[in-house]
Design a protein around this ligand. Structure first.
Ligand code: PAF
Length: 306
C-alpha cells in the first residue's frame, strides 16, 4: 500500500453521516482547509461501475464523499422502489476499501421532510413536497419518455445533494447518458459552482454493462441480457462498414431484438449526444437502448464517432 494512503486510513476512518447538517459541516471543514471535495451520488448496491467513479474522485479530490440514497421520487408508481437492492453494510465495506472519507446515507424523511411516510413510499406518496427541477426538453427524452417524471426526480435529488454536500466536483457514469447530460445542463443553467465529470461505462468481461439491477437477473436472463450490448456492437460494425443512414442503423439495432422475444425492447434510438434530438448525421451520435429482460429494465449505450 502506498504510504500516503496508509497514513490516511489510520488517521481518517470513513465517517457515515445521516443528517444534512453533519454532512454539510464535514464538507465545509475540508474546504476550509483548502481541500477539494468530490461527490459520487449513488443509490447503493455498489458495483465496479460505482467504484470506478470513486477512484476517479479519489484521484482528483482531497475529500471523497459518496451518497447512498434510494431516491423515491425517481421511481414510477409501478417501478421497483421497494425491491431495489439495499446492501448498505457491503457498500460501506467496499467504500472503506477505496479510502472514501464520507458516506452520506440519509433517511427518506431527511431529504423529503414534509413526507410523513416510510421508505416504502413512492413519488405519488410525497404530496407535500413541491419544489422540482425540470430540465426542459431533456427530461422527456430516452428514459424520460418511457419513465415519465424519472429525470425530474433525478435532477431534483441531485440538486439537493449538491446543496447539502457543496462539492467542487461530482462524478457520474456514462451508462445513463441522458442523466449525465441533464445534470450538466442543470449545473450550467442554475450556476452550481461544480465541475461535472462523466466516467466511462464499466462492463463485465462478456460486455454486459454493470448495473445494480443485474442482481435481479436469473442465470438464463443474464445470458439474454447480452443482447443489449450485442445490438449496439452490430450497429457500430455497420457504421464502421460505411452505413451512415440513421434509419438503417436503427433497424439493424432493433432487428437484433425481434429474434429474441424473451427480451422486450423499450427503445432503440440514435440521437445527438448533446441535445438528445434526432441527429442530422450518424457521425458523433449516441446509440442508446433500453430493454426488459424478464421484468428487469436495463439500459446501455455507445458513442458513434468517425
Ligand atoms: O444514477 C443513479 O444512481 C441515480 O440516478 C442518482 C444520480 C444517484 C440520483 O438518485
Amino acid at each position: 500500500m502506498e504510504a500516503g494512503r496508509f497514513v490516511r486510513l489510520i488517521l481518517t476512518p470513513m465517517r457515515v453521516l445521516e443528517k444534512i447538517g453533519e454532512m454539510r459541516e464535514a464538507s465545509r471543514a475540508c474546504r476550509r482547509n483548502g481541500g477539494r471535495v468530490g461527490l459520487v451520488p449513488t443509490m447503493g448496491a455498489l458495483h465496479e461501475g460505482h467504484l470506478s467513479l470513486v477512484r476517479a474522485a479519489r484521484a482528483k479530490c482531497d475529500t471523497v464523499a459518496v451518497s447512498i440514497f434510494v431516491n423515491p421520487t425517481q421511481f414510477g408508481p409501478r417501478e421497483d422502489f421497494s425491491q431495489y437492492p439495499r446492501t448498505f453494510d457491503r457498500d460501506c465495506e467496499l467504500l472503506r476499501g477505496e479510502n472514501v472519507d464520507l458516506v452520506f446515507a440519509p433517511a427518506v424523511q431527511e431529504i423529503y421532510p414534509a413526507q410523513p411516510g416510510s421508505a416504502g413510499q413512492q413519488r405519488a406518496a410525497v404530496p407535500a413536497y413541491s419544489t422540482w427541477i425540470e430540465v426542459a426538453a431533456l427530461t422527456d427524452r430516452l428514459d424520460g419518455k418511457s419513465r415519465p417524471g424519472h429525470f425530474r426526480g433525478v435532477a431534483t435529488v441531485v440538486a439537493k445533494l449538491f446543496h447539502i454536500v457543496e462539492p467542487d466536483v461530482a462524478f457520474f457514469g456514462q451508462k445513463d447518458a441522458a442523466q449525465l447530460l441533464i445534470i450538466r445542463r442543470m449545473v450550467r443553467d442554475l450556476n452550481f459552482p461544480i465541475e461535472v465529470v462523466g466516467c466511462p461505462i464499466v462492463r463485465e468481461p462478456d460486455g454486459l454493462a454493470m448495473s445494480s439491477r443485474n442482481a435481479y437477473l436469473s442465470s438464463e436472463e443474464r445470458k439474454l441480457a447480452l443482447l443489449l450490448n450485442r445490438s449496439l456492437r452490430e450497429v457500430e460494425q455497420a457504421f464502421r462498414a460505411g452505413e451512415h443512414r440513421i434509419d438503417a442503423l436503427i433497424r439493424i439495432g432493433s432487428d437484433a431484438f425481434s429474434l429474441q422475444p424473451a427480451v422486450r425492447l423499450d427503445y432503440f434510438e440514435i440521437v445527438n449526444p448533446e441535445t438528445l434530438e434526432p441527429p442530422a448525421q450518424a457521425e458523433r451520435s449516441l446509440v442508446a437502448v433500453a430493454a426488459y429482460v424478464g421484468t428487469t429494465r436495463l439500459i446501455d449505450n455507445l458513442l458513434l464517432e468517425k
